[in-house]
Design a protein around this ligand. Sequence first.
Ligand code: ARG
Length: 459
Amino acid sequence: MGNKMWGGRFADGPDAIMEAINVSIDFDQRLARQDIAGSRAHAQMLSDSGIISSDDLAEILKGLDQVEQELVNGTFPFRRDLEDIHMNVEARLRDLVGPAAGRLHTARSRNDQVATDFKLHVRERLEAFDEGLKELQTVLVDQAEQHTDTVMPGFTHLQTAQPVTFGHHCLAYVEMLARDRGRFQDAHARAGLSPLGSAALAGTSFPINREQTAKALGFDGPTRNSLDAVADRDFVLETLSAASICAVHLSRLAEEIVIWTSSQFNFVRLPDKFSTGSSIMPQKRNPDAAELVRAKPGRIIGALNSLLIMLKGLPMTYSKDMQEDKEPAFDAMDALDVAIAAMTGMIRDLTVNKDAMRASAGTGFSTATDLADWLVRELNMPFRDAHHVTGSLVAAAEAKGCDLDGLTLEEMQQAEPKITAEVFDVLGLDNSVKSRTSFGGTAPDNVRAQVAYWREQLS
Ligand code: ARG
């Protein structure tokens, strides 16, 4: 027998292979809640506009409540021969309330329906990402507050560069996440118009009220062009683009956690609940969660690529290709969700090994720039000359096997006779970080001010 929903002109049912390639219910059942919300809004509007009777409306709403209950209870009888969530819900409605169900699809198509459902879903996910990232920012600010004065090596090329504070380092990520949140909020705002009522592609001859359904579903208003409305998946592309950037940020932090927890660095310790053991090496505490956060961009960027490639060159308007948008998008959004949650847990619970950070910050001539700056400031040397003198002192220290403050004054004066004992003041780590008072610099007072700024922003 042909498909009951659209099978009027077909003599035979679909080939098994046709069903296998066409079916989407296995994954689009995740849109059930949005599908029911859309149907409620649509049915109410049809009745308010005099397109269906209030009796039919009552039957439809009663039936949709039952369908929703079945979905919540896990008793909803999903049928693969009904292809997707839209037809599954409608067919079940017909089983439950009879002919009134057949009026629900008046002035509607699965094309505007799927665009609406997916947009509603994506909007919810965007809100959740924003909330999740706010939480992650908060735990980073908590760590920053604890560690405004904790000295660590700052790196370029993963080579010790200049001492910074751990608080400053944490706040760098707070800034990145703020931009991520901005991108998610922008995507949410641009996904603010409802496709519902665009019907298959051309709109409808029924006197529908699209403002009403848009408002009922929490949109700002209806889309202005029915062709664009059913063809548009920008809201998914934008979400996955923003998600990709965010995942890259999380991945960079994850990589730092992997490095910091190594016994070679030993800068931080993850609690047991975020570490795993090895089945053979009893000493191991592996940062698996951080490694998995580091890996997630693979799936997320992959999903963005799949969707871009799937959409490129598609003619107006809806093509079945677009059904392929959901699996990668769901997978990517789930991946970002869990990555944000795992990162939040790790940052909240990690403990900092201040001694190891400080000891490491003191190696690698990390205050060489402070020495050069001192020569400029106190001896009025041009910076390039100061850079050269400092370089020769680094070489001298390296030959002697000590750090810069391990050189004697006499040894320093061999490179530059005017150097005085005051130079040792800037060679200490704390002096170095305290001196970085330029706006945005790592000085503990700056970091305290930035912690206060973020507390205010996040409250
Ligand atoms: N399952 C389809 C999708 O996810 C719904 C829209 C189908 N529309 C159509 N005319 N075949 O894209």
